[in-house]
Design a protein around this ligand. Sequence first.
Ligand code: PMP
Length: 416
Amino acid sequence: MPLAEEHFFNLAAKSKSEGETMKFDEFLASEVNALKEKKLNWKLRELQGPSLPRSKVDGKEVLMLCSNNYLGLSNHPALKEAAIRAVQTHGAGSGSVRAIAGTQDLHFKLERTIARFKHTQAALYFQTGFAANQGSIPCLSGEGDLLVSDELNHGSIIDGVRLSKAERAIYKHCDMQDLERVLREAKAKNYRHIFVITDGVFSMDGDIAPLDQIEKIAHDYGAVVYVDDAHGDGVLGEHGRGIVSHFRLEGKIEIEMGTFSKAFGVVGGYVAGSQALYDYLQNKARSFLLSGSAPPATVAACTAALELLEKDDSLVKKLWENTRYYKSQLVSMGFDIGSSQTPITPIMLGESKLAQDFAEELFKEGVFALPIVYPMVAQGKARIRTMVTAAHTREDLDFALAAIERVGKRLGVGKK
Ligand code: PMP
């Protein structure tokens, strides 16, 4: 999500006011209070056990409707067994950063598996997707380059772009004319490299970037394409191979980045592409080089997730069957699900207060879904973000739909 600056800063008084110096903790508390007053603070809900369609959250049995566990893999026996086995054979930790003594055979096996799954020459595994974006973007680009980014790209891309010495330009969300305008203007400036960077699936709206058009336009202007497949992996394409497979663009996209924290059910990030890309990042990406490597259990569970999907795509099919059913029911109940094309299903509500009240009421009804409000999304675009998974049964979805309908009636949203 592209979190706006003001979510973090400048909401309250500066730390020094006239004639007195606020103690640092008081300053911090005043910032948090300012967030609370605007109802922008995060209340961390406690998940008491595994992430399941029926989970225990803050002591209450609820239907989980906001996890990114698209395929239900986070509690899958094959992944758990792989993790336990890896602890027994390789220990609890890796002992070092990858570049020193922290590359175990398990890490190389995972990287070979990612490359095979994504149909690329090679793939480099990072500790998180955030570390993959934040580490790769500033190390691939530098002075004399231009980074061209969709206005709704994820915060980890935004931070990666900020860390780069390259110039930057933003194009309007999925607007190909605007992308072309930026690239046309850039042509005159003789940049060394131009990168077009986009989320594959946008996490707040669930719409899909037109990667086929982006590929064409970018390559017409000699630019390199970088796609973040965090919400496409395990969801789009053949056997969940992601957005490049979805658009049949194998071999045409220079840089594919993804995460294991969503459909693959574990944690970790990767950048996939050519062997030259792998060798370069492995030598230069600071988040890869200077941070301890992922522990054996995590790495082995990630490999198990990919091996499972290579063999069997039934979970991906179930995810889409559930998504079609759930979304069609919501629309027939009169709810606006925005521009979603994927299992990410926003229920558009408009005002922040309505979205917050809607989420509270849903929780009382036993359904856990998150309100997404300004500044996470534009003013007037507040919504409840609901997420369908393959693990939901028809009964689960009907339970959620009935609760949403009841809350909608109480709050005056949906069919009257
Ligand atoms: N990119 C996108 C589009 C994401 O949604 C996320 C997760 N919020 C990330 C990158 C970061 O991935 P990770 O959770 O593996 O750090």
